[in-house]
Design a protein around this ligand. Structure first.
Ligand code: IPM
Ligand code: MN
Length: 386
């Protein structure tokens, strides 16, 4: 079995609470060689003491780990309290974007599968069959940070914000979406994942049991939309068994609410993916149960960054009231990634996932402190293996 070194970055707000509960659970997993090393950054403390968000050699430091586990970032403070140290979002969230870009973690994966015990926001019972995976392009698009403000404060002020889409980055993310769809198709054939039927395009291969939906706004934002659709068609030709679909992002939001079960893998640009993954999180039971992974699928030497989709929830920070499910499921996602090359990790992932699902189904999401949930999941894991 492999030995794994994980950098634990609790971050701000509820980050330290949900991370403590999660580490408590991770430490009670049997047979797993996991070394959790807590880093005091990127966080509030580092900035207060050093006036930086991360050390200058952050890339070298982080590259030495097998995986990165992050709680949440963002510390807007109560701005009204002059004695309270706080950071504007533009500063405190920067490490997240810098790590994603600097380590070339170009694929962001955010699944949405409804959890029993978490809120069910949609009335249609078919919504419980939702099983979707949003693949978000993580390296360019609307997040390239190019542009500026001219004539700041004047009546003629003009802000420009450039979006950049390269064929290379577009192709690799779309190819990754098809690879994931192909895996899901095989899992469905083996009975490891519920079968899907797709309401549209019945004329397509009757044996298709996985689909990829590409999302653009090509009717108005033309050039990038056209590039995405061209590349999508080229890549799709290599995956004859995968059903394909295109949606405009606005219509996609509507359909994800009215018929979420009709989607399987959804691939979208950085910004469209950002928006769609908040929506997808709600389909699964809300931000409280939404995990997320940032990966470089071409290179397993690059440490992936695992973080919940949720933010630092400063309004409830420090009160031990946040539910750690999203962080726990994020840790399970990390173990699944490790499990691709380590059977002990794969087994640990399944145990943790089941413990969280059972806990939610039996106890729901309210009425217990964050610490208590972590403790009870740890107990459950300890008992599973006796
Ligand atoms: C997310 C977040 C970040 C993003 C913010 C905090 C910069 O919303 O991970 O989805 O936009 O990527
Ligand atoms: Mn987001």
């Amino acid at each position: 079995d492999q030995q794994w070194r994980v950098a634990v970055m609790p971050g701000d707000g509820i980050g330290p609470e949900v991370m403590a509960a999660t580490c408590r659970a991770l430490e009670s997993l049997p047979n797993l060689e996991l070394e959790l090393e807590e880093l005091p950054w990127p966080s509030h403390d580092w900035h207060r003491d050093q006036d930086e968000m991360m050390p200058a050699d952050w890339r070298d430091k982080l590259s030495g780990y097998d995986a990165l586990l992050l709680g949440a970032l963002g510390d807007p403070g109560p701005v009204t309290d002059p004695n309270r140290y706080y950071l504007p979002d533009g500063v405190s969230l920067q490490p997240l974007l810098e790590i994603r870009k600097g380590l070339d973690l170009w694929a962001c994966e955010r699944p949405a599968v409804p959890m029993v015990g978490a809120p069910q926001y949609l009335a249609d019972p078919r919504a419980l069959e939702t099983d979707l995976l949003v693949i978000r392009e993580n390296s360019e698009g609307e997040y390239v940070d190019q542009g500026g403000r001219l004539g700041v404060g004047s009546e003629r002020e003009t802000a420009t914000q450039l979006e950049v889409f390269t064929r290379t980055a577009t192709r690799r993310i779309i190819r990754h979406a098809f690879d994931r769809a192909e895996q899901r198709r095989r899992d469905r054939q083996r009975g490891l994942r519920p079968l899907k039927s797709f309401p549209y395009g019945a004329e397509q291969s009757a044996q298709a049991s996985a689909s990829v939906c590409v999302v653009t706004k090509r009717n108005a934002v033309r050039y990038s939309g056209e590039l995405w659709c061209d590349v999508f068609a080229e890549v799709a030709a290599d995956y004859p068994h995968i059903h394909t679909q295109h949606e405009l992002v606005d219509a996609c939001c509507m359909k994800m609410v009215t018929q979420p079960w009709a989607f399987d893998v959804v691939v979208a640009s950085n910004l469209h993916g950002d928006i769609l993954t908040d929506l997808a999180a709600v389909l699964a039971g809300g931000m409280g149960v939404a995990p997320s992974a940032n990966l470089n699928p071409d290179d397993r030497e690059v440490p992936p960054l695992f973080e919940p989709t949720h933010g630092s929830a400063p309004d409830i920070a420090g009160s031990d009231r946040a539910h750690p499910a999203a962080m726990l499921l994020t840790a399970a996602t990390m173990l699944e990634w490790m499990g691709e090359s380590d059977d002990a990790a794969a087994e640990a992932a399944a145990l943790l996932r089941k413990a969280v699902a059972d806990d939610l189904a039996e106890k729901g999401m309210s009425g217990r402190s964050c610490t208590q949930v972590g403790e009870e999941i740890a107990q459950r894991l300890a008992n599973t293996h006796i």
